[in-house]
Design a protein around this ligand. Structure first.
Ligand code: FRU
Length: 424
């Protein structure tokens, strides 16, 4: 087998580091990097299901694509159980918070369609029960492949294990709506290897998921981003000078930050169809800073690579913190070096008064950022909350060099197409 050096003609890249010094620059509530307050009287997409991670149909170049004038989104979805005795509390009330918190264990891929890029209509489940090999259908990316309507859905098959998989189907339109046909054979692509990416055996809290395939605008090859953790036994990672960065006196203590080992992974396809993949070293490492860099994705703009990824307050390491939201990094070439946007990495975080209002942001190439509503306080003290499980208002950011700015807010779940494909 050829080594990376033989294949690429140079030594493989080193992961760029998101350092503790960078993270010290993260500040919640800077209005240019904070999502406007979501009001507690938001509408819900459906009273039957919760939705969270939203995956707009797109092409391999990243363009959000409608078909025959129909916009299409895929969502992680789980039934709501307002009448299930299991979710009725001792006072006879529906415990929606517990139902919502349990959703990851029963996540399924659904799709929705719309003529307006909002007001989504439920299409249904993408794969029939029994098609996907594991209990959970976790996030990924639906790719429109051609004018025949072929769609490759890349996603994560979780529990047991975590495998990046894909399933091929087709989108069919009529004047009344959209349906998804096929999606019957799931093909496993790869799992964490324990050498570059941490395995479950190395760390029961490992993350390996959220494939985002793309064609590199410069070399034209097919690659895929994904979420991982840096390989190695849990607790064995070193948080040294490089991971700490240039911190002020008194900030050298890294506490237990060796347990936080997030990375953004990358793989390259060996074939045209994306059936055969080779993992490469991570693009970005957050060792010593954060344990999760989820749903990584790119915006290609002004000849630069803008890498976005979502992360949580609770996954930050000792001594550093930041809001739930989307973080970003920029490089002049695919393999970096990447530097944090806005100095810190923070691009769009929740306001500290509503720390869980939204999550799972996806920055689209038109600067629009979609996310879902998690929970919004309904009283001053923040003890009463309203659970979302629905689309959040779309926010627009402007990306300028190494900076980003929040500039506008639109309707709930507004995901307009960037191009329309007429199916043949
Ligand atoms: C983000 C996320 C993804 C994962 C899914 C599981 O909200 O944690 O990384 O695929 O949700 O529900």
């Amino acid at each position: 087998m050829k080594s990376n050096t033989e294949k690429f003609g140079k030594a493989p890249h080193q992961p760029s580091l998101w350092t503790r010094a960078d993270a010290l620059k993260v500040h919640a509530d800077d209005p240019t990097t904070t999502q406007p307050l979501v009001s507690a009287d938001f509408p819900v997409l459906s009273n039957e299901v919760f939705i969270w991670d939203t995956m707009p149909l797109r092409d391999l170049d990243g363009n959000i694509t409608s078909v025959d004038g129909w916009s299409v989104i895929f969502t992680l979805t789980a039934d709501r159980h307002p009448n299930d005795p299991e979710y009725i509390d001792e006072n006879g009330n529906y415990d929606i918070t517990r139902d919502w918190n349990d959703r990851h264990g029963r996540a399924k891929m659904y799709y929705w369609f719309s003529r307006t890029g909002k007001d989504w209509k439920l299409g249904g489940r993408v794969m029939a029960e029994g098609v996907s090999p594991t209990a959970r259908e976790w996030a990924g990316t639906p790719i429109l492949l051609n004018e025949q309507g072929d769609v490759d859905l890349y996603y994560t098959a979780v529990t047991p294990g975590a495998t990046i998989v894909k399933v091929r189907g087709r989108v069919v339109t009529t004047e009344h709506g959209v349906s998804m046909v096929g999606f019957e054979k799931v093909k496993p692509l790869f799992e964490a290897d324990g050498k570059m990416y941490q395995t479950e055996a190395q760390n029961p809290f490992w993350g390996f998921r959220d494939p985002w395939p793309f064609r590199d605008p410069n070399d034209g090859k097919l690659y895929m981003l994904f979420e991982g953790n840096v390989a190695g036994e849990r607790g064995s990672h070193k948080v040294g000078k490089a991971e700490i960065g240039d911190v002020p006196p008194g900030y050298e203590d890294v506490g237990n930050s060796r347990f936080q080992t997030a990375c953004v992974g990358i793989a390259v396809a060996r074939d045209e169809d994306g059936d055969d993949w080779e993992m490469l070293p991570p693009l970005l490492s957050g060792v010593g800073v954060n344990d999760q860099t989820e749903r990584p994705h790119f915006v290609f703009q002004d000849g630069k690579y803008y890498l976005f990824t979502i992360s949580h307050t609770f996954t930050y390491a000792d001594g550093v913190t930041g809001p739930d939201g989307v973080y970003g990094f920029v490089a002049d070439s695919l393999f970096g070096p990447y530097v944090p946007l806005n100095g810190s990495g923070l691009v769009l975080g929740n306001p500290s008064s509503q720390p869980f209002q939204t999550y799972s942001h996806c920055v689209m190439p038109n600067g629009l950022v979609t996310s879902f509503i998690d929970s919004v306080p309904t009283d001053e003290s923040g003890t009463q909350i309203r659970i979302g499980g629905t689309e959040a208002p779309t926010v627009e950011i402007k990306i300028k060099g190494q900076q980003t700015f929040v500039v506008a807010e639109y309707d709930y779940g507004y995901i307009p197409p960037m191009l329309d494909v007429t199916l043949k």
